[in-house]
Design a protein around this ligand. Structure first.
Ligand code: F6R
Length: 611
């Protein structure tokens, strides 16, 4: 995701900013830029691609200046091009802003600014900020921090921002709401960053801003205040973390860090997309194809690996709630068959990276045959995002852990939104839509409660870690969760785990079961609960150990099981979003118990761009 670094002091800002950007590289980004003030002269350099491309763009130019801001951008609004990279400037190129987060009401703010003569140069939501600050200063001839305060009260959404202006050449202003900002306190110099790892090379003395707080930094000191300008007293704290620790937010592995981010990831996938009152999903990326979608009579989902399993959950969601026939195909198969596609077929690619070769080839084949092509993609500006006719971004942030966790959960969340969108175009009532929307809003807190209880999984992990092989079983919405749970265990612990639909297990695989072959059965109290219980009895009769993933109403299932993986309850369609979380945690814990590094699974690559 995006990263911010800023400096004010007595040294040349440029090398400090470039080094800070490099420390933020691990977060994933697709363009970068710097803005430096030398007295009253503001110089801005930006470039798509890596920081090395920015360094090339800077060439041999020696940019003096002891105050500046810089940014790595992970595209959300507009593709990764120079014009969309930060910093963004006002009309007169006098002030520069870098921003992390999303401004939800940017479209209306932009329209209003354009009607007052402001010229926009990018497609970003961020660019409204410098223009609004310019407007504010013009109207009230106020100082920079007053103007920024007043602008922040006009915007809806999330931000971590840093601002410099040639009219206030000794000031650096930052603010935070929902997107982190940390101040680094040096001797006669100050740093700002979105992530303390960017400043740890210079100082370990830091102040983390809280939501709704701003800071004004000069060479002599800093002042922290609220949006209503009340002074806030905060003392610096001393961090003893290394830069590597900071990149993982103090967690031992990226996999754990990303699993812990899931409540926020789900909030980000939902942000601005639920109209609870009318029971609707607001999916801006589908606006242009909404009428065509009303008339599709078949949806084919193409994907690979975890994204394929997310697609299978999506199939159940959409068929049951929107009444559209859905098929899910492996990208690698779709491209080599003769798929039947009519003009009312839509083909939807699901891909975290947006670069998976098999999924991309499938979508190209579908396009060639005249289908409407759609994407559920996490990486903005990626090839699949660019080549599909329309789509929905996950907004999960870059996923560094090789075994997909937060991206998978965000794919399920987007499928729930898509189901609401397509369902309300068809048979779904407003009251059911409202119920789903309200329930979706509860999901982040429910996921948080599972994460908080993760220690309870340790004894089960210890028991599984000696197994030679095992089953993951589930029915209906939870069959694909069984497949994904098994994949997670295989990937990081190298235990041979097979995911099966519970009912299929007796058609052959049950031959494997004995007392050394345990099963995780996903059995929340839902429409197939009793059927799952029968399958559990079949396994027990053959000496198999049972670990049941279930909710508090599961009654005698508890006494049939050798261990319980507890999950809270939600509506059946959304239950998979909760059920996968303890299975990810379990796989992680088993990997640790067996002494494997879950961030470096053998033989795997993060983005599979070969056939
Ligand atoms: C498993 C995993 C893979 C990916 C698959 C598709 O943990 O990460 O199975 O889901 O390679 O990748 P994307 O979503 O980038 O198309």
């Amino acid at each position: 995701m995006c990263g911010i670094i800023g400096y004010i002091g007595k040294r040349d800002a440029l090398p400090i900013l470039i080094e800070g950007l490099k420390r933020l590289e691990y977060r994933g980004y697709d363009s970068a830029g710097v803005g430096i003030l030398d007295d009253k002269k503001l110089s801005v350099f930006r470039s798509p691609g890596k920081i090395s491309s920015l360094e090339k763009a800077l060439g041999d130019s020696t940019i003096a200046g002891t105050i500046g801001i810089a940014h790595t951008r992970w595209a959300t609004h507009g593709p990764p091009e120079e014009r969309n990279a930060h910093p963004h400037a006002d009309c007169g190129a006098r002030l520069a802003v870098v921003h992390n987060g999303i401004i939800e009401n940017y479209a209306e703010l932009r329209a209003s600014l354009e009607s007052r003569g402001h010229t926009f140069r990018s497609q970003t939501d961020t660019e409204v900020l410098p223009h609004l600050i310019e407007e504010e200063q013009k109207k009230k001839s106020c100082d920079l921090s007053t103007a920024v305060r007043s602008v922040l009260r006009q915007i809806r959404g999330t931000y971590g921002i840093a601002v410099v202006s040639s009219e206030a050449p000794d000031k650096l202003i930052v603010a935070r709401l929902g997107s982190p900002i940390v101040l680094g306190i040096g001797t006669d110099e100050f740093f700002v960053a979105s992530d303390a790892s960017a400043v740890l090379g210079h100082t370990h003395k830091v102040i983390f801003l809280d939501d709704g707080e701003m800071a004004e930094l000069s060479r002599d000191g800093y002042r922290i205040f609220s949006l209503d300008n009340s002074k806030i007293d905060k003392s610096p704290e001393e961090l003893d973390w290394s830069a590597e620790d900071m990149q993982k937010n103090g967690q031992p592995h990226f996999m754990l860090k990303e699993m812990l981010e899931q409540p926020e990831v789900i909030r980000n996938s939902l942000r601005g997309r639920l109209d609870v009152e009318n029971g609707l999903a607001v999916l801006g990326g589908l606006r242009d194809v909404a009428e065509r979608l009303r008339h599709i009579d078949r949806l084919i989902i193409v994907a690979c690996g975890s994204a394929y399993y997310a697609g299978q959950v999506g199939e159940y969601m959409i068929e049951e709630n929107a009444g559209i026939p859905v098929e899910v195909e492996l990208g690698s198969e779709f491209r080599y068959r003769q798929p039947i596609i009519t003009e009312n077929t839509a083909v939807l690619a699901v891909s975290q990276s947006g670069e998976t070769a098999d999924t991309l080839a499938a979508i190209r084949e579908a396009k060639m045959k005249g289908a409407l092509t759609l994407g559920i993609v996490n990486a903005v500006g990626s090839t699949i995002a660019r080549e599909t006719d329309a789509g929905v971004y996950n907004h999960a942030g870059p996923e560094i852990g090789v075994a997909s966790t937060k991206a998978f959960v965000s794919q399920l969340t987007v499928f729930a939104l898509l189901t609401l969108f397509l369902g309300r175009q068809r048979k779904m009532s407003m009251s059911y839509g409202r119920k789903l929307a309200l329930e979706l809003q509860r999901i982040p807190d429910l996921v948080q409660s599972i994460l908080a209880n993760r220690q309870a999984l340790e004894p089960i992990a210890a028991s599984i870690s000696g197994a030679k092989g095992m089953f993951y079983l589930g029915r209906k919405y939870n069959a694909p969760i069984a497949f994904e749970g098994a994949l997670k265990l295989k990937e990081v612990s190298y235990i041979h785990a097979e995911g099966y639909a519970s009912g299929e297990m007796k058609h052959g695989p049950i031959a494997l079961v004995d007392s050394s072959f345990p099963s995780v059965v996903i059995a929340p109290v839902d429409s197939v609960f009793e059927k799952n219980k029968s399958n559990i009895q079949e396994l027990k009769a053959r000496g198999g150990k049972i670990f049941s993933l279930t909710d508090e109403d599961s009654g005698d299932l508890r006494s049939m099981s050798d261990g319980i993986i507890a999950v809270p309850k939600t509506v059946e369609m959304l239950q998979p979003i909760l059920d996968i979380v303890p299975l990810q945690l379990l796989a992680y814990q088993v990997a640790l118990t067996k002494g494997f590094d879950p961030d470096k699974p053998r033989n795997l690559a993060k983005s599979v761009t070969v056939e």
